[in-house]
Unconditional design. Sequence first.
Length: 240
Amino acid sequence: MDESSKQGFKPPYLSFQTFWGFTEELATKPLPPQIDRSMLDKKSGTDQMNLLAAFKAFGLVDDAHAVLPELQQLVAEPEPDRKKRLATLLRRYYPLQFAVSDQNGTEKQLLESFEQAFGVTGDTRRKASTFLLHAARFAGMTLSPHFPATRSGSGRAATAKVKRTPAPKRKPGNPTAPMPSEAEGPGDTYTVTLISGGAVSVVVNVNLFSLSTDDRNFIIELVDKLKGYSSAESQREGDR
């Protein structure tokens, strides 16, 4: 077990952008005696907890969140020197990971080093590794060419881009095919065009077998009415 593990270092696994963005905010004003949640009120509860844990892990604050000299020096320096100090912190707390990098290790070896040194696994291990990759590259450190690439400005490793196929155009007056989306979630969408203009859409996203008899009858009746209205509208279009 390496030295960082003996000291109880817990690698941060939040977005590096969130971590460094808050550090930059601190550099714009005189430091208070402690970093507490009142300074993080614009951030989510999860980000608050993870930021305080990260500052404590890197020795920037103590157990009571009082500001330590390391943080005072970090925010007092201009950005180029601030990056150098960040690189020093990373080398200090991730010795095994940089040993893997210096040997041109693989992504698998990097992940295994997190489990070996810090006992983290699964999604936490992946996020902690991604934090380190972003931090090291931001600090201008050379990493193994076999480590995964990272997207600039984000806290995640790069992933392949998915080409989205445009949804088919809807034909007025006819029910559409199921159109799952991130906003609606999976389900069947029915849309009808009204005689006086405009349209009405209903998304059905339920398990009929889990519904009460009243709810099931209501949904079936609603769908039938939409389909019936659509059929009637199509007939009226044909008679014109």
